[in-house]
Design a protein around this ligand. Structure first.
Ligand code: SF4
Length: 325
């Protein structure tokens, strides 16, 4: 069964259930496809999982692990890997694949950068992934909040490497430059899907703007690793995925992640099909031949899944490449 998260009752103290996605209420309900055997997830509930959850709650943090209904939460939280989602739990966009609530977000919490830094220290993270909702309502799209969060983590945990997974900062002049100047170790921005799907899957975003954003990061600071990810099983053609890889390589992107799309509810974009492990392997092989330093391609690959281990491999791959040059 697909993950079905249709209401927000009780999760944040709401008295009565209310629809999580009222903007999708009029959409037809899609059939729920039976998951194939190769999509297996680890259950939560271990002592470390509980410890991670307590640290997240005590510091009033939001995680994409919970908000997106990520299938890997049992595994990741049992290893203290949680991906913090800053700037609230309400997003100004309404992507057809995403489980994050759409609406008018609340004001930024000025204590959040510090709270995130405290949690990172308590979790003793060697590598942290910070993402956010889209904040089209803010003049800088939330760029300054990213900068402050990076600075707070650097001050509290100087040995922790920082990966940011940002929105597209569409029409936010100067926002990207501000975030790049804060020197995250990895700058991740997900394309999510092939361009022919943008109108239905990622309305409000522009494919070539996202490509250009990634390219700009490398132009401004070539020392920062760049990363991008897509979901497959959204009706894309294989050739479109290969073209997308070329587009990312033209933007000098180092790392691509490819994972199976799983619908958060019947009202979300339908799952077109389950891509087989062999097809994922084939995408991995092709991506390496196209020159990516790192590739993660499997049914349960997510942007932040195994991000710490992958960062170490990414750094080693760059060192090998430099030795050869
Ligand atoms: S894959 Fe990422 S979003 Fe999913 S549980 Fe792990 S850290 Fe959280």
């Amino acid at each position: 069964m697909a993950t079905l998260i249709d209401t927000v009752a009780g999760t944040r103290g709401e008295a009565k259930p209310r629809p999580r996605h009222p903007e999708k209420a009029r959409r037809p309900e899609n059939e729920v496809l039976r998951k194939p055997d190769w999509i297996r997830v680890k259950a939560g509930g271990s002592a470390v999982y509980e410890e991670t959850r307590n640290i997240v709650r005590e510091n009033g943090l939001v995680t994409v692990c919970e908000e997106a209904g990520c299938p890997n939460i049992g595994e990741c939280w049992s290893k203290k890997h949680a991906t913090m989602m800053i700037m609230g739990e309400i997003c100004t966009r309404a992507c057809a694949f995403c489980n994050v609530i759409t609406g008018l977000p609340k004001a930024l919490d000025p204590r959040e950068p510090e709270n995130v830094a405290v949690a990172v220290k308590k979790l003793e993270l060697e590598h942290v992934v910070i993402t956010s909702v889209d904040r089209d309502d803010l003049a800088d799209g939330g760029a300054q909040h990213f900068v402050e969060t990076i600075a707070a983590i650097r001050a509290a945990s100087p040995g922790t490497t920082i990966e940011i997974l940002t929105p597209d900062f569409l029409r936010k002049e100067g926002a990207l430059e501000k975030v790049v100047a804060a020197k995250p170790d990895v700058f991740n921005h997900n394309l999510e899907t092939v361009p022919s799907n943008y109108l239905t899957v990622r309305p409000g975003a522009r494919y070539f703007h996202s490509i250009r954003l990634l390219q700009r990061v490398k132009e401004i600071d070539p020392s920062i690793f760049t990363k991008s990810g897509i979901m497959v099983g959204l009706g894309e053609e294989r050739n479109e995925v290969l073209q997308l890889m070329d587009d990312l390589r033209c933007a000098d992107v180092d790392f691509i992640t490819i994972g199976q799309y799983l619908a958060p509810s019947r009202k979300h974009h339908r799952i077109d099909r389950f891509v087989t492990p062999d097809e994922f392997k084939s995408y991995e092989t092709i991506a390496y031949t196209k020159g990516f330093l790192m590739v993660s391609s499997s049914p349960l690959t997510r942007s932040s899944h195994h991000a710490g281990e992958d960062f170490a491999r990414l750094r080693a791959a760059r060192e090998r490449q430099m030795e050869k040059a």
